[in-house]
Design a protein. Structure first.
Length: 318
């Protein structure tokens, strides 16, 4: 089922070098100029963040690795659920992420985009559209994402669905954490940014995501009715691992939590607590654990701490 939506709008300022060739002084001055246009936004400079804050920022879905690579002059503006990353892969990447539908998120970012463009001229070509560092997003400069949990669809086979979506100019691919692909969580995103309007892209990806969600619901019913023994085995294996593991890697935890959540939704296993199992993942990532403990941990220590936290959560919720 849909976990959250995200949007990234890439923009560059007219007459300025892209971030790959801009010098530190020009980059800093440009970031400050953009920040002055939005006085209500808090300006966070990466070089002023703590190690723990950087670790947490790195794991956020909309954060670009390029931003961290340019830490000496990159920064971000923040206001509620909107972040504007400055001097990452482009001069600015306007982002939002949350449970609200894509259209609401897009309208919010579009209004902000219009506000900025009324005071700063964007790099724009009448034939190609908005100019970006990455040629694949030249045009609208819009990247839309839907992150969705599909354990039942993955069980029955997702390859043909992915191929059909690819032919439409969109892509459904496994969600990755620490360069490892998850088994049950996928990302739907647009691949076309030229020839379609921003609103068309948003409407199409919304329509596709709703159809995928319908397929997942049908597959959950099918799994329950036709293969309940397999379903019970999957759910109870995940429950046993999460309840008893002493060392738990991030991807292993996420994969088993999605199966356990499937079991709860189909009443295979009873849950007593009110905590959202999938939402709890946010507090159990490597960055979140180190940020909360204010301590840098090696890989094995992280897995041990995570296992302890998950066992405690399982005891409280089941």
């Amino acid at each position: 089922m849909i976990l959250y939506n995200a949007i990234r709008i890439h923009r560059n300022v007219e007459g300025k070098n892209f971030t790959s060739t801009i010098d530190n002084l020009d980059a800093t001055e440009l970031a400050n100029k953009i920040a002055e246009v939005l006085p209500s936004f808090r300006h966070n400079r990466l070089k002023e963040l703590t190690t723990y804050e950087l670790l947490k920022l790195k794991e956020e879905f909309t954060t670009s690795p390029y931003l961290l690579n340019h830490g000496e002059f990159s920064s971000y503006l923040e206001d509620e659920d909107i972040k504007i990353f400055l001097m990452g892969e482009d001069h600015m990447v306007i982002t939002t992420m949350g449970k609200e539908n894509l259209l609401e998120g897009y309208r919010k970012l579009s209004r902000l985009d219009d506000e900025i463009s009324s005071k700063i001229n964007y790099a724009f070509d009448k034939d190609f559209g908005y100019l970006t560092t990455d040629p694949s997003i030249v045009g609208t400069g819009l990247q839309a994402f839907v992150v969705i949990s599909l354990p039942a669809t993955k069980y029955f086979g997702i390859k043909n669905i992915s191929k059909s979506i690819n032919r439409m100019g969109y892509r459904l691919e496994p969600f990755k954490v620490n360069n490892s692909s998850l088994n049950n969580i996928f990302v739907l995103k647009n691949m076309v940014t030229i020839g379609e309007s921003e609103l068309t892209i948003i409407n199409k990806i919304t329509s596709i995501s709703k159809e995928i969600e319908r397929i997942e619901l049908d597959n959950r019913k099918k799994l329950y009715l036709d293969d309940i023994a397999v379903l019970e085995d999957m759910v109870n294996r995940s429950y046993g691992l999460l309840r008893n593991a002493r060392i738990l890697k991030l991807d292993e935890m996420i994969d088993n939590l999605t199966i356990l959540d499937l079991g709860v939704s189909l009443s295979i296993i009873k849950k007593n607590g009110n905590r959202n199992l999938i939402k709890s993942i946010d507090s159990l990532t490597n960055g979140a654990i180190q940020h909360d403990r204010k301590q840098i941990l090696d890989g094995k220590s992280l897995d041990i701490v995570r296992a302890n936290l998950v066992r405690k959560m399982m005891k409280e919720e089941f």
